[in-house]
Design a protein around this ligand. Structure first.
Ligand SMILES: [Zn+2]
Ligand SMILES: [Zn+2]
Length: 190
């Protein structure tokens, strides 16, 4: 059996998508495995591309153009990884292939997003005003809390730095190695 016969015997043609779905062995990543005439293992789509189109230019890898969100589950289970149609792949730099890797999955996810629920009854002006009031009240509270926290921590940090500096100066030790963080070795009680 010639390589081309072996190759063709493992394909199921999809008349709708034009994909040549590999029915033979798959790699861990879900791509087809094919043994060349020279008994070397390669992927089906690579062998197919090089056999029917041209050699893959050095430094480039083959990207499935049919992996476009149609019937995609993404990852190793994606049907497109099994496609060995030589005209469904194109040589691209690794970075492009990597970036496109999740394209199908992303498109599918977008498609499946639930519609933004619309309010059955639009809010009245009074309701909107009350919402806004609540938002402003909470915003002020949280801003005040953040300011307090910042002021407190800033002054604590400054006090620690000052004390550390004074200690170093008094002992003339240079860097004491004592951290201003709480914990063992701290010169400041928690
Ligand atoms: Zn395909
Ligand atoms: Zn896909």
């Amino acid at each position: 059996m010639t390589a081309i016969d072996r190759f063709l015997s493992k394909i199921k043609f999809d008349d709708v998508t034009g994909c040549w779905i590999w029915t033979g062995a798959l790699q861990y990543g879900g791509y087809s495995v094919f043994k060349t005439e020279a008994n070397k293992l390669t992927t089906g789509h690579r062998w197919s591309y090089e056999r029917f189109v041209r050699p893959v230019p050095p430094g480039l890898e083959l990207d499935h153009t049919c992996h476009n969100g149609t019937g995609c589950v993404g990852g190793p289970k994606c049907i497109h990884r099994r496609c060995v149609n030589p005209w469904h792949v194109e040589p691209v730099p690794h970075i492009v292939n990597h970036r496109r890797g999740n394209r199908g999955l992303e498109l599918e996810a977008k498609k499946n997003l639930p519609e933004t629920p619309r309010r059955k009854y639009p809010k009245t002006e009074a309701q909107k005003a009350r919402d806004r009031e609540r938002y402003l009240a909470n915003r002020e509270k949280s801003t005040a809390r953040a300011r307090r926290w910042y002021a407190e921590h800033k002054s604590r940090a400054a006090a620690r730095a000052k004390a550390r500096y004074a200690l170093r100066k008094a002992n003339d030790l240079g860097n004491t190695g004592i951290s201003n963080q709480d914990g063992p070795g701290s010169i400041f009680p928690a």
